[in-house]
Design a protein around this ligand. Structure first.
Ligand SMILES: [Zn+2]
Length: 290
């Protein structure tokens, strides 16, 4: 059953960072290395091609689905093909596993490869950007109306267009949604153009801005940071700039998942009123392959 995404358009936005959605923090180091194409880790006999719809799932249950989406007038850089995004996801998940004792995001895969849906959206980049703080929501609404969103999944859409930030996500629960967006050509005020923050060059590379951005926005989409968390600040934590979910006056330089294990991730439990990523069905068990 398709969720009634259209109702979100009329939702009244409550105060939060980014005018309703949770923006990616500025900062974080970047490298200048270009993406390197590597041999995909596919099941024997499986061929890669452009997918216009969600392909049959390798796993059941909660999972994160990726998309490469163009505005109607956007260039097609074919980011859904090749290994740029799969390498980025693997780099992010390797870091996450190191933080969690082997637990990784449950990614939507098809034939052993990250399933990336391609979509050409119905509006121009100028029209999406004109939506301002509602840009992410408008993209989500259009993807829903195109029949590309399924209940039980959350999404990261790599958008081949501009925006006021490099990525953002719905900020739960005030501003609900299921789709985080990475604005590949975003131009945040006071920050470097997003195109200057490349994807990692290989799956074994340490994560950089794009990879931490993926994890950061997925965490937002799932409910982090809960407003009752001890170090809550505007959808984030403000206790340490090395925290994955930090936002504040210092430059974001992520290296730790919930640095004090008291705000959004603790396998031993958090107060029941606080969102705990450790209990999320989107986070696999230790040793579970995705
Ligand atoms: Zn954020």
């Amino acid at each position: 059953m398709v969720r009634p995404f259209i109702i979100f358009v009329t939702t009244i936005f409550l105060a939060s960072c980014g005018g309703g959605d949770a923006d990616a923090p500025q900062g974080a180091s970047t490298s200048s290395a270009p993406p390197v194409q590597q041999s995909p880790s596919l099941k024997p006999g499986f061929s890669v091609g452009r997918q216009l719809a969600d392909q049959p799932d390798d796993i059941t249950g909660a999972q994160v689905h990726l998309m490469y989406v163009l505005p109607s007038d956007g260039p097609d850089k074919q980011l859904d093909l090749g290994d740029t995004i799969p390498n980025s996801v693997e780099s992010a998940n390797r870091w996450l596993a190191a933080q969690t004792g082997g637990r990784r995001l449950r990614m939507d895969t098809f034939g052993g490869r990250v399933d990336i849906t391609f979509a050409k959206l119905p509006r121009t980049d100028a029209q999406y950007q004109a939506a301002g703080s509602s840009q992410r929501r408008l993209i989500e609404t259009d993807l829903g109306q195109m029949g590309l969103l399924q209940a039980g999944k959350i999404y990261m859409a790599y958008y081949e267009g501009g925006g006021k930030t490099c990525a953002n996500a719905p900020l739960q629960p005030e501003n609900p949604g299921f789709v985080a967006v990475t604005y590949l050509h975003g131009t945040p005020a006071g920050g470097a153009p997003c195109i200057q923050k490349p994807f990692v060059a290989s799956s074994s590379a340490a994560p950089d801005y794009k990879e931490f951005g993926l994890l950061h926005e997925v965490l937002h989409t799932l409910g982090a940071v809960d407003k009752d968390a001890p170090d809550y600040f505007n959808g984030h934590v403000n206790n340490d700039p090395s925290d994955l979910m930090y936002a504040g006056p210092l430059t974001w330089n992520p290296s730790v998942l919930d640095i004090n294990r008291k705000n959004y991730y603790n396998p031993d439990g958090l107060p029941s009123n606080i969102f705990n990523f450790a209990t999320s069905p989107f986070l696999g068990a230790a040793g579970e392959e995705h």
